[in-house]
Design a protein around this ligand. Structure first.
Ligand code: GLN
Length: 248
């Protein structure tokens, strides 16, 4: 299953964040320590989104393993940012392997990622998809559960629903119509990160000025804390709030 991370805090280089740690996201693409729900490596693509300033993020996605792309290694060496969302992908059986199927999905300031799988996709999501504008359905990034989940979250954001509610409502409604789905979502606008933990692991490490959320701790620092299943995280560089999804 995919692995993802989000960082907010003082600018760090993408190399420091994605390549250098002993169990970095790049290493997790070929040697993850905690794979659940099938899959052994995360070689079906990757994506990185970062905020170069106060504006919209820049995104780089490819359908190949992150370790085999020389461009991301070069970019990472010369790029620093104070807000980053990155993911490596293990495609769920039957789902497209394309650049556009790799997270992060994006619109405006938003970046989004999904680690997991929707049980019974696509049929189980028909009742929820039917409530979306047709335009959203025919412009999905890819024929994957993750792209459709992003359309569901994005529809709520466009309607003015707050990001924590947009994520919580989407997770609750998908769990109702497709029970047993694994729904670790990550959403950021570069200032706040919202993350759901349903069916996969997520750990958090904070410093006084930063927060890092990751599917797996990327080093042996004792400061990593695992978020319990069924919870929603709202994080800024200044603090973290964790609540049961049912209370969010
Ligand atoms: N189901 C999603 C996909 O295939 C996410 C996969 C994952 O978490 N491994 O893209």
């Amino acid at each position: 299953m995919c692995r993802h991370l989000a960082y907010l805090g003082p600018p760090v280089s993408l190399r420091e964040l994605l390549f250098d740690p002993p169990y970095s996201l790049v290493r997790q693409s070929w040697a993850p320590r905690d794979m659940r729900g099938g899959g052994t490596i995360n070689a079906d693509g990757f994506g990185v989104g970062w905020y170069p300033g106060d504006g919209e993020p820049v995104r780089y996605r490819r359908a190949q393993p992150i370790w085999s792309d020389p461009t991301i290694a070069q970019l990472a060496g010369v790029t620093s940012a104070g807000a980053v969302l990155a993911a490596v992908r293990s495609a769920t059986v039957g789902m497209a392997v394309l650049d556009s199927a790799a997270a992060p999905f994006a619109e405006g300031r938003w970046l989004f990622s999904h680690n997991g799988a929707v049980r019974g996709w696509p049929d189980s999501l028909v009742p929820l998809a039917a409530a979306l504008p047709v335009r959203d359905l025919i412009t999905l990034d890819a024929a994957t559960d993750s792209a459709l989940l992003w359309a569901l979250v994005r529809h709520r954001l466009r309607s003015g629903i707050k990001p924590n509610r947009a994520v919580a409502e989407t997770v609750v409604s998908v769990t109702r119509t497709a029970p047993g789905s694994r729904l670790n979502l990550l959403l950021t606008d570069g200032h706040t990160v919202v993350a759901s933990v349903v069916g996969h692991a997520l750990s958090i490490r904070t410093t006084p000025a930063s927060v890092l959320l990751a599917s797996e701790p990327h080093d042996d620092d004792p400061g990593w804390q695992e978020v319990p299943d069924g919870h929603l995280v709202e994080a800024t560089a200044a603090g973290v709030r964790v609540r049961a999804l049912t209370e969010a």
